[in-house]
Write a protein that binds this ligand. Structure first.
Ligand SMILES: Cc1cc2nc3c(=O)[nH]c(=O)nc-3n(C[C@H](O)[C@H](O)[C@H](O)COP(=O)(O)OP(=O)(O)OC[C@H]3O[C@@H](n4cnc5c(N)ncnc54)[C@H](O)[C@@H]3O)c2cc1C
Length: 484
């Protein structure tokens, strides 16, 4: 029998990689994690979920403090200190990252700071940077110029969890003009006076509102007919309405034509409603998505197939090389952190327990956008149900007719439930509204237990809470079943 250095090697120590390593080590597998980033922590902690949400919460406080009139409160002119806003975010992120570094350096598995690439299907070459071997702790600065090759390690099994990179711009002119990415936006020392946001997904919308609420003149340019294209049109239209009310210029249904720089201003030109529109601003935020980070892994040598850079994996998270699994953004199909974690856990579980494997199931797919109001769905949207030919009944209820949201002056948005026409089982829930991402989790729980709208309507809800708004569409749908 061939001997390997490790039972399992995990490439990438982000959310998916750490989850895989923790799970594998828990089953007794001899495990190694190889992490090659300039900093340890992964996207979610360092440049994704956590820093953006820290800033968005600051924007919410700013907005509420600036608009206290409905409650009879006078606050005068509200101002802010951008350096302090960023410093609070940085301190939080440092704490989260320090904790992750500690977790990765725990004795449960070996942690190696190096970039990995396959040389055959059981061997990876390690390209080391400088590392602090004596303390076993992170030794900043992690100097990329001191890249020295190369040891190799062998493993019986692998989990590839190398994440994603910002996509390249669709227009070469954008490279010449210059732009910032979400990474750069999170490290700004001062706010630009004006900003063009290219894109209309979650990252684009969250940054657009953050900057606008801190006084930046924001224009959002989206290719599709609506922002947040995976959401139903009613949800996206609500966000667009609120953005316009808050002074964000929103252009949807556009096609980028050109970009150039003149003096201190950057100009983007795009086709919109039969005309060419040109918008100038101090900065451009490129938020047109990310691509799987797989190009440098030498995956062909390992027999791992990719499609457009994305590692092809089945519901067991197994790639085309059966002993190599993949998890997180490098495989998708949904670049969301709890899915990356679940995929990492499933990959490791299946390596340890091949005869009782776990499978990924996206029935409870959740998406939350942390704008204010938050926009969230679980399971099926109307759009997804129609596209997949799944029959459903739907009912909605608005926050402008609900006790607790009226108390909070949170009158934008609505909740919506989708139910199966025969059984009444809840197939999906959507919420555009105050703490919508939190509220949605009632429906996640209901769907996890395959509850019907009748059961949801019969569940006690304390009054007056935001959560009791779900009872209205549940009762409406339940009544339709009892009538039929
Ligand atoms: C601005 C922004 C906001 C976001 N907000 C949210 C949110 O609110 N909620 C949410 O669910 N998701 C959010 N996401 C998405 C979420 O951050 C990702 O889905 C998640 O972090 C992916 O985890 P991962 O483990 O797959 O990848 P990563 O965390 O990127 O980990 C990959 C790791 O692999 C390492 N690596 C890469 N190549 C190699 C190599 N060759 N050898 C060794 N190591 C390597 C990298 O250094 C990195 O540490 C956001 C993303 C962005 C960009």
């Amino acid at each position: 029998m061939k001997r390997f250095d490790y039972d399992m090697a995990v490439l990438g120590g982000g959310s998916a990689g750490y989850a895989a390593a923790r799970t594998a080590a828990g089953t007794g597998l001899k495990t190694v994690v190889v992490e090659g980033g300039a900093k340890v922590g992964g996207l979610c902690i360092l440049r994704g979920c956590m820093p953006t949400k820290a800033l968005l919460y600051a924007a919410e406080v700013m907005h509420l403090a600036s608009h206290p009139e409905p409650w009879g409160i006078r606050a005068g002119k509200v101002s802010f200190d951008f350096k302090k806003v960023m410093a609070r975010k940085n301190a939080l992120i440092k704490n989260f990252a320090d904790y992750r570094v500690k977790q990765l350096h725990s004795k449960r598995f070996k942690f190696i700071r190096a970039n990995a690439r396959f040389s055959d299907s059981h061997t990876v070459e390690l390209q080391y940077f400088c590392s602090s071997r004596s303390s076993g702790r992170e030794s900043p600065p992690f100097n990329r110029s001191r890249l020295t090759s190369a040891a190799t390690i062998t493993a019986k099994n692998f989990v590839i969890a190398t994440g994603s990179n910002v996509a390249s711009p669709p227009l070469p002119a954008l490279n010449e003009t210059g732009y910032i990415t979400s990474d750069d936006a999170l490290a700004l020392k001062r706010l630009p006076k004006s900003l063009i946001v290219l894109g209309g997904g979650a990252v684009a919308c969250e940054f657009a509102q953050f900057f606008a609420r801190f006084g930046v003149k924001v224009t959002l340019v989206q290719r599709s007919e609506h922002v947040l294209k995976e959401f139903d049109t009613d949800a996206a239209a609500e966000v667009e309405k609120i953005f316009r009310r808050e002074g964000i210029k929103v252009f949807t249904g556009t096609r980028l034509v050109d970009a150039k720089r003149k003096g201190k201003l950057k100009t983007v030109s795009f086709a919109h409603e039969g005309k060419t529109v040109s918008i100038s601003a101090e900065e451009i935020l490129f938020a047109l998505g990310r691509v799987p980070n797989t190009a440098s892994l030498n995956l062909k040598k390992a027999g791992v197939k990719t499609e457009n850079g994305r590692i092809v994996a089945n519901e067991l998270m197994q790639t085309t090389a059966p002993h190599i699994h993949a998890a997180g953004d490098c495989t998708g199909p949904h670049e969301i952190v709890h899915i990356a974690v679940q995929q990492g856990e499933i990959a490791a579980h299946n390596i340890a327990n091949p005869i009782a494997p776990h499978r990924m199931d996206y029935r409870l797919l959740i998406s939350v956008v942390f704008t204010e109001p938050q926009v969230a769905f679980v399971g099926l949207t109307e759009k997804a149900a129609q596209a997949r030919g799944i029959p459903f009944l739907a009912a909605s209820y608005p926050f402008n007719d609900h006790g607790k949201s009226l108390i909070m002056e949170a009158k934008d948005g609505f909740v919506k439930l989708l139910a199966a026409p025969k059984s009444g089982e809840i197939l999906g829930g959507s919420c555009v509204g105050p703490v919508g991402g939190e509220l949605l989790h009632e429906i996640v729980t209901a769907m996890a237990k395959r509850m019907t709208v009748r059961e949801l309507a019969a569940m006690p809800h304390y009054h007056p809470t935001l959560a009791e708004i779900w009872t209205y569409p549940a009762e409406e749908l339940a009544a339709r079943f009892s009538a039929s």
